[in-house]
Design a protein around this ligand. Structure first.
Ligand SMILES: NC(=O)c1ccc[n+]([C@@H]2O[C@H](COP(=O)([O-])OP(=O)(O)OC[C@H]3O[C@@H](n4cnc5c(N)ncnc54)[C@H](OP(=O)(O)O)[C@@H]3O)[C@@H](O)[C@H]2O)c1
Length: 316
């Protein structure tokens, strides 16, 4: 496993990291989830991403147990706040930053997180209030560094321009061969300002493994068949997308990689990406995915894959 520096922080994160949306504490049963965490450590994955809202605290609870007993400096732990935790609890106000961070620390059974992220931008709280609260979180030692997820470029700029507050070191956007939106504004802005990307759904929720055929029902046991986990895949399971993905398989094979590895290597070709956050329902998936770290791929093969996906988008 290779590691990259997270923005201007002193955190070194594995190129492949482990996420916990939909899976841990929710759709993947406990023993299998624990086996995935064990496998991640075995493979050198040191970066774990969660959020208070995943399973309304259940993912953090699970991780608190799974990480307990491991040396605290052997992993980099990231969580987030913003989405509703109750009818009253939501957003990025000073009171919420304090309350939600303390609640996350309790569930995660630790006295600090390495990265505290704003899960979205909060239009109802002044940015100054949020930045001051995040700054207090860092200066109190409860968070080592701060980040955001899916913030508009102008809000990122406004935070960077603010004096006397901690600077963001990470941005968590959706990014994959099937979703390249951050390339326009967010990546250049972040690259110029000491902020790395840690990207979500780099495998398009599993679609970029090639296991979903346009001509067959989703395979048994896959996310698309799960009542708990399959509700966010409609766009990804559209026929033109699945057809394009099948055409990527021989290109990955030419690179000597599985399609999952090829898709992860594509994300990691971007120097501003510090880590690809994968989900895993089985330890074997992590073994396959971790091998993408350090893979070298002819850029001409990446360009071919990009053309196929762009063509599919035009005809969709
Ligand atoms: N900031 C945000 O707003 C946001 C939003 C979404 C996610 N995230 C973060 O990003 C993480 C990753 O998101 P994601 O789970 O959508 O990522 P993903 O890596 O694109 O998809 C993960 C799913 O694909 C399947 N899979 C993974 N590797 C495979 C392999 N080698 N072979 C076959 N199937 C494989 C597994 O599902 P099955 O086995 O069940 O098919 C797995 O749970 C989340 O856990 C979360 O931490 C953040």
């Amino acid at each position: 496993m290779r590691y990259r520096r997270l923005g201007s922080s002193d955190l070194e994160v594995s190129e492949i990291s482990l996420g916990s949306w939909l899976t841990y504490g929710v759709g993947v049963e406990r023993d299998r989830a624990a086996a995935c965490v064990d496998k991640a450590f075995e493979l050198g994955i040191n970066f774990i991403d969660t959020a208070n809202v995943y399973g309304r605290g259940a993912a953090e609870e699970f991780l608190g147990g799974a990480l307990e007993g491991r040396p605290r400096d052997s992993y980099v732990l990231a969580t987030k706040l913003f989405f509703p935790m109750s009818d009253e609890d939501r957003g990025l106000s000073r009171a919420q930053v304090e309350k939600q961070l303390d609640a996350s620390l309790r569930r995660l059974r630790t006295d600090h997180v390495d990265l505290y992220q704003c899960h979205r931008y909060d239009d109802e709280t002044p940015l100054e209030e949020t930045m001051e609260a995040l700054t207090r979180a860092v200066r109190s030692g409860k968070a080592r560094a701060i980040g955001f997820s899916e913030w508009p470029a102008d809000r990122i700029k406004a935070a960077l321009d603010m004096a006397g507050v901690e600077k963001f070191v990470s941005s968590q956007p959706q990014y994959s061969l099937l979703w390249r939106q951050p390339e326009k504004e967010v990546i250049p802005l972040c690259a110029a300002n000491g902020i790395s990307q840690i990207v979500w759904s780099p495998l398009g929720q599993g679609v970029l493994t090639g296991k979903y055929s346009p001509d067959a029902p989703p395979p048994a046991g896959s996310r698309a068949t799960s009542d708990e986990m399959g509700g966010w895949m409609d766009r990804l399971l559209a026929r033109p997308v699945l057809e394009a993905v099948q055409r990527l398989k021989p290109i990955a094979a030419e690179a000597g990689l599985s399609l999952a590895q090829f898709a992860l290597a594509w994300v990691l070709r971007e120097p501003n990406v510090a880590s690809a956050i994968v989900g895993a329902s089985r330890p074997e998936q992590l073994e396959e995915n971790a091998a993408a770290s350090g893979a070298t791929v002819d850029p001409a093969l990446f360009a071919q894959a990009e053309r196929i996906v762009a063509e599919a988008r035009r005809t969709a």
